[in-house]
Ligand binder design. Structure first.
Ligand SMILES: Nc1ncnc2c1ncn2[C@@H]1O[C@H](COP(=O)(O)OP(=O)(O)OP(=O)(O)O)[C@@H](O)[C@H]1O
Ligand SMILES: [Mg+2]
Length: 233
């Protein structure tokens, strides 16, 4: 039975999709796990673009609407074996509360399920959290982003969904940014990964190839492997 991890953050652009793509890629390719990544960001669904998987006919919306079974909207990334259910733009309000049923239904087929989400702490975030067994909160090491995520922590606690830890992404060791210890103290949670800010990560998104595929020995790729290890430990 798979464990489902929601990848959440109150803020946009912190790296939720980058973490989902790279973590999913290393878990599949390096750790030989059966992994499904679901793009539950209904605002800006772009996980498939980060993996160069274009023109996919079905998406999570078709599954949520009961128009297709999950298996029909599941596609495999050729470079890594990572399976994804892509998102697509919602032109009308979608009932995200069914996500939990969908995740529960497919759990038997995978070792790990990753659920990418949109920023905020709203009804969609609630749907993602309720579908998750544990959460990873993605933040950057900047005070305003870290403190915004107090709302994410509170929502998770209100829903009773455990938080595995914080992924501190785009870390640079500058004097202005918060240290891992300061982030831990602010959110009262462990930092389980520290991913460096690295132009190679950015270029990976531009080239639609995750950094762990393009430059597997870069420090950022190593950090993604360490994160995978932490989830499997
Ligand atoms: N460690 C990193 N180093 C350098 N650039 C990064 C890193 N992580 C993410 N980025 C870049 O930051 C941008 C935002 O990343 P991403 O799309 O993963 O964020 P997001 O949290 O999913 O955003 P949204 O909330 O809009 O879905 C992208 O251009 C990505 O390439
Ligand atoms: Mg995203």
């Amino acid at each position: 039975m798979a464990k489902a991890y929601g990848i959440v953050s109150a803020k946009g652009g912190v790296g939720k999709t980058t973490v989902t793509a790279n973590l999913g890629a290393v878990l599949s390719r390096d750790f030989k796990k059966k992994v499904l990544a679901i793009d539950a960001n209904l605002e800006v669904p772009n996980l498939h673009l980060y993996l160069d998987m274009l023109h996919l006919p079905l998406s999570l919306l078709n599954i949520l609407a009961g128009e297709a079974p999950a298996a029909h909207a599941t596609y495999t990334h050729s470079g890594t074996g990572l399976n994804i259910i892509p998102g697509s733009f919602a032109d009308k309000r979608v009932d995200i509360s069914r996500l939990k049923d969908i995740v529960d239904e497919v759990k038997g087929r995978y070792d790990i399920i990753l659920i990418d989400s949109h920023p905020h702490a709203d009804v969609e975030t609630t749907g993602v959290m309720k579908a998750s067994d544990e959460l990873l909160i993605v933040t950057n090491p900047w005070l305003q982003i870290v403190t915004s995520n107090l709302v994410t922590v509170r929502l998770a606690r209100d829903l009773g969904v455990p938080i595995k830890g914080v992924v501190l992404n785009k870390a640079e060791r500058s004097e202005e940014e918060m240290s891992a210890k300061e982030v831990e103290d602010s959110l009262n949670l462990p930092v389980i990964a520290r991913i460096p800010a690295d132009i190679k990560v950015y270029r990976g998104v531009e080239k639609r190839t995750p950094v762990v595929v393009e430059t597997p020995n870069s420090p950022a790729s190593k950090a993604f492997r360490d994160l995978a290890q932490a989830l499997l430990a």
